[in-house]
Design a protein around this ligand. Structure first.
Ligand SMILES: Nc1ncnc2c1ncn2[C@@H]1O[C@H](COP(=O)(O)OP(=O)(O)OP(=O)(O)O)[C@@H](O)[C@H]1O
Ligand SMILES: [Mg+2]
Length: 366
């Protein structure tokens, strides 16, 4: 038991204790929604996708089930991603999707998840925050508190809440790259860019259609990215895989061979933009902060951090040490979960948030 938890117990803060026993952490990402239940770990990790009947407007599948339909939808079904670049693009579908995942996380034990911590992207507008909060309220999650994603990623990536020295954390998601400099349990400096790992897929789809005359789906693009593409020059440029799709000219089914050498510059172009955004954010820091980052380097989180050679490329470009966090896709929910165990820190973090958002009228600590 930590000092802070002991103090909370000593002060007989039953209310704070409640937070510890009934909490869930939610990372509502553009590609995946991850739900962590205190004491049980990650219980939901599913694609942020919803299949909708275009005639009735009814939701027919959510998450993994919707992903299986994606690209091969029935005539009256369309699969949509209700979150775009980390923010709500389709409010109704976000609401239904979140409610579904929270129900799934509860798994019949309705006593927990009365309260939730949810990560939000740095720099989103009040309107975007309210849309998220409102979706969460409609999903009947209970009391919801929003925490900056960078802060959660830092704690989940191994930074201590009470560390006075600065750490740099870069979360590369599907649609966003979020850089946070964290010290003393607060964000000292942050920057979020709406570019992420999905942009590599989009560039691959575009290239194959325009230069090779084949329209390919999202699954094929993901396969090319994971199996063939890399951020650093591949050892074997002639390595190739066969990819299938629709011939742009004839409209018939077709297949082509694609080599690592062909894909490398396509992915590299996007990776370079991501790394450039990180480098720019790291320039002009206050001298003490810059000194700490020079000593400690960068922690990478998010699914995009796992892209082959990205850590090495970032190391080369920034001349800093770079390490990928353990289970980088779960860093944010792990960080949020750590805050359950430190309710006094949570309270402090919320006080220092520029615009803390709690559900209407609720005192989170009572
Ligand atoms: N092993 C891997 N190698 C390369 N890329 C990967 C790997 N695993 C996941 N990814 C990529 O990571 C991305 C998803 O990352 P993540 O789950 O962090 O996104 P997200 O949190 O939903 O998005 P965002 O934070 O931008 O809203 C996908 O584009 C996926 O292709
Ligand atoms: Mg994310």
């Amino acid at each position: 038991m930590s000092f802070i938890t002991k103090t909370a117990a000593f002060l007989n803060r039953n209310a704070l204790g409640n937070l510890v026993s009934e909490s869930i952490a939610i990372d509502l990402g553009s590609a995946a929604t991850i739900v962590y239940v205190h004491g049980r770990g990650v219980v939901v990790d599913e694609p942020s996708l919803v299949a909708v009947n275009t005639v009735t407007g009814e939701v027919v599948a959510i998450g993994l089930e919707a992903q299986q339909m994606y690209g091969r939808e029935a005539r009256d079904v369309t699969v949509i991603a209700p979150l775009l670049d980390g923010v709500v693009a389709d409010f109704e579908r976000t609401k239904e999707m979140l409610a579904h995942f929270v129900r799934k996380a509860r798994g019949g034990n309705s006593y927990f998840s009365r309260r939730a911590l949810m990560s939000v992207l740095y720099g989103i507008t009040q309107v975007e925050r309210r849309a998220l909060l409102s979706a969460a309220e409609h999903a009947r999650i209970g009391r919801v508190v929003m925490i900056e994603e960078g802060l959660a990623a830092a704690f989940g990536g191994g930074v201590r809440l009470d560390d006075p020295r600065a750490s740099a954390v870069v979360d590369i998601g599907s649609g966003t790259t979020n850089v946070a400099i964290v010290a003393n349990g607060s964000i000292v400096h942050g920057h979020a860019e709406r570019i992420g790992s999905w942009d590599i897929n989009a560039a691959i789809i575009d290239h194959v259609r325009r230069h090779r005359g084949l329209a390919i789906g999202a699954h094929s693009a993901e396969r090319l990215k994971l199996e063939l593409a890399s951020a650093t020059l591949p050892a074997d440029l002639s390595e190739e895989i066969t990819i299938r799709g629709r011939d742009v000219l004839t409209g018939s089914p077709g297949a082509i061979e694609i080599t690592a050498g062909e894909i490398y510059p396509i992915a590299q172009h996007v990776v370079h933009k991501i790394v450039e955004s990180v480098s720019t954010t790291l320039t002009g820091l206050p001298p003490e902060v810059a000194g700490d980052i020079y000593d400690r380097g960068i922690i990478l989180t998010g699914g995009g951090a796992q892209f082959g050679g990205l850590d090495e490329y970032l190391r080369e470009q920034t001349k800093l040490s770079v390490r990928i966090a353990n289970e980088p896709r779960y860093a944010i929910v792990r960080g949020l979960a750590q805050m359950f165990d430190e309710p006094l820190w949570l309270r402090r973090i919320l006080r220092s948030e520029p615009h803390p958002l709690l559900d209407a009228g609720a005192d989170y600590y009572s």
